[in-house]
Design a binder for this molecule. Sequence first.
Ligand code: FAD
Length: 397
Amino acid sequence: MSDNTATHTDIAIIGGGLVGLTTACALAHSGMRITVVEGRPLETVQSAQSDGRSSAIAYGSYRFLKDIGVWDTLEYKAEPILDIRVSDSDSRLFLHYDHRLVGDEPMGYMVENHDMLKALVAKLQTFPNVTVLSPVSWEDICYKPHATNITLNNGQTLSARLLMAADGRFSKIREHANIDITKHYYQQHGIVCTVEHDKPHHGIAQERFLPSGPFAILPLANPHQSSLVWTEKDHLAPTYMAMNDDDFNAQIYHRFGGYLGQVKTISKRFSYPLTLVLAKHYTKGRLLLIGDAAHGIHPLAGQGFNLGIRDCEKIVPLLTHQYQLGLDLGDTSILSGYEQQRHFDAMSLTAITHGLNHLFCSKLLPVKLARRAGMAALNKAPAIKKFFMEHAMGMKV
Ligand SMILES: Cc1cc2nc3c(=O)[nH]c(=O)nc-3n(C[C@H](O)[C@H](O)[C@H](O)COP(=O)(O)OP(=O)(O)OC[C@H]3O[C@@H](n4cnc5c(N)ncnc54)[C@H](O)[C@@H]3O)c2cc1C
């Protein structure tokens, strides 16, 4: 393939999901030429029919989205998270995280993914230096000393100073580059839907650790609606997915414990297989992995997208600085510095989410007693709670 016929771009981002689009918006402010390549049509990417999830956006991520100008259109669609209550199966004891322990601001916001994706696409369309190619995929990638050439299935070839892979946890670009991964299948599925309930949620997020996995009820902008993430064992998930609405509603009512009154599903149900995928390296030559392509973790702490935003927060100033000084965007020392710093954050969160999932799924009596004693002790230790909250809010990493 000849470089003369290729379209030159400073950065090519393959994958126009939450992290790819956020990174493109953040980079666009520098004036760099950014090309985003997304395999699905943009209408599908932004549709509630293709992603039924909502994301807990940590306070630190909210500030970043505000800084890059994406939050303004989301403000009235986002629900502040004021309180988080974590309980263990049938125990009446719960861990209580009140936002007032760390200040006046909410701990974060709940936003429906399709609203977030719409806001990101709309923002990108305001930048003349950003091109979004969709539905387009890549066919071949060739790493050269001064650029990366990407052959696309629309007949075009891109020549980029840097290629960012934001193509999700099953990244084919990562595979093509022979980057090793650590993988663990949780043998769980996340069943996701939106529910309507009689009583208002008051901005309270609930996470109940049931024997099959965590069951999260997350407040949406409508005070009578919540997003549900029900982690269920693999062999049982298809049964719940196939249930008629009345039976499904009865199952979720039983798990909600009645505190929101009657509940009913108002959206399609989605089911996501839960897999941990960690790349051993986040960079190779002129390739950089971001978001789930670098680290796909268990959703129980609602941190996957937040982790991707923190990737973006780290790499964008480094690349902007290189660009403004006319330096190489594929500089190895810059890219490996990013890898070193981001690896630690991702590994810490992986250890926490992985450990919590195992700890709370255990039915062994000594483990049950120990975790309840741990929760009771933590409830009485505001300094430790504050420490955990500040980390979960992305205020300290
Ligand atoms: C049930 C559930 C609940 C969650 N809740 C939360 C939460 O509350 N808070 C939170 O922070 N995180 C949450 N997460 C995690 C979060 O959804 C992910 O971390 C996030 O979506 C990762 O974004 P991404 O852009 O890296 O990858 P993806 O969202 O997977 O996007 C990848 C994109 O790449 C495109 N693509 C793939 N291959 C190609 C190709 N060959 N060519 C072109 N394009 C391609 C895909 O079409 C897709 O658009 C949750 C996850 C699950 C499963």
